[in-house]
Design a protein around this ligand. Structure first.
Ligand SMILES: Cc1cc2nc3c(=O)[nH]c(=O)nc-3n(C[C@H](O)[C@H](O)[C@H](O)COP(=O)(O)OP(=O)(O)OC[C@H]3O[C@@H](n4cnc5c(N)ncnc54)[C@H](O)[C@@H]3O)c2cc1C
Length: 259
């Protein structure tokens, strides 16, 4: 069981950042993952009064505050009118509405979980994270950075007309996924992301025309799958994941090509 000595409602991001530099203090997201740990927390820092629970849309991008819940993302009509609704599709298998009403996008992406459905989907889009001290950086760079004491303030997704498809497999509903796979295509660029390998989601970029033939798709799938590493855990073996990935990459590409 985790314990919290003091609870602080942050009055500014600067105050939250300063407090978070002490290793015994933590930022609270929805507190769903944290509360399963055995941490002895000195100060729990709550960001919920800083206005970071909005999804803003401009001509070029969506800006999603770190305190938005997964449910906010799942049901946001404008956000899901882009990218073939991939955000909603990647979220709606995560446990149930009750959990998704609490889990935040900040806690989800900052943690860079190896099993993350959402990380898989966002990596296939043109996505950036805005860190309080670290500034705005591509999610594809952030995913490989070590965990530190910065604060994830916003997620930024650039609006473009890419086509996207997402698939995941669970041994039973509401369990963590055995494998996640997202593919997007824009002009001659293909982005293939495999997650829950069971390591962190990995993005592979390939240049190829949008109208792939059956033979080209098979070659494409083989090239990607050969370059991605898989592992085993109690949810599935490395070999099983490799077979699933081959099928999911192919189905995702076929969905995009046939749209
Ligand atoms: C039972 C259960 C099942 C789940 N199943 C799935 C699943 O199938 N697929 C899936 O993708 N996910 C799954 N998740 C993960 C879930 O979707 C969230 O990603 C997770 O709960 C973290 O979000 P949170 O808001 O609860 O973060 P918290 O638990 O509050 O925080 C997690 C970590 O992030 C830090 N943090 C939080 N917000 C910020 C911020 N803005 N800046 C910097 N650091 C921050 C915290 O200090 C903490 O270290 C599951 C979670 C649970 C509890």
């Amino acid at each position: 069981m985790f314990t919290i000595n003091n609870y602080v409602i942050a009055e500014s991001l600067e105050q939250a950042y300063e407090l978070n530099q002490n290793r015994r203090n933590v930022i609270l997201g929805g507190n769903l993952w944290l509360k399963m740990s055995r941490k002895a927390i000195n100060k729990a820092i709550d960001l919920s009064t800083l206005g970071l629970n909005n999804i803003e849309e401009t001509d070029d991008e969506f800006k999603i505050g770190c305190m938005c819940t997964l449910r906010d993302l799942e049901i946001h009509e404008k956000l899901n009118s882009y990218f073939d609704g991939v955000i909603s599709k990647s979220v709606n298998n995560i446990v149930g509405v009750q959990l998704r009403n609490g889990a935040t996008i900040g806690g989800t992406i900052f943690s860079r979980f190896g099993f993350s459905d959402v990380l898989t989907a966002l990596l296939t889009l043109d996505t950036y994270v805005e860190l309080y001290k670290g500034g705005i950086i591509p999610l594809s760079d952030f995913v490989d950075m070590p965990l530190d004491n910065d604060i994830l303030v916003n997620i930024i997704i650039k609006k473009d007309n890419r086509k996207v498809s997402y698939l995941s497999h669970r041994m039973s509903s509401s369990d963590l996924p055995v494998l996640t796979c997202a593919v997007s295509n824009i002009n001659n660029e293909w982005n293939v992301v495999i997650g829950a390998r069971p390591m962190k989601a990995k993005l592979t970029k390939l240049k190829s025309s949008s109208n792939l033939t059956e033979d080209e798709i098979n070659n494409f799938v083989k090239n990607i799958n050969d370059s991605v590493k898989y592992g085993s855990n109690f949810r599935g073996s490395k070999e099983y994941r490799q077979i699933l990935a081959e099928v999911f990459i192919k189905r995702n590409i076929q969905t995009i090509v046939n749209v």
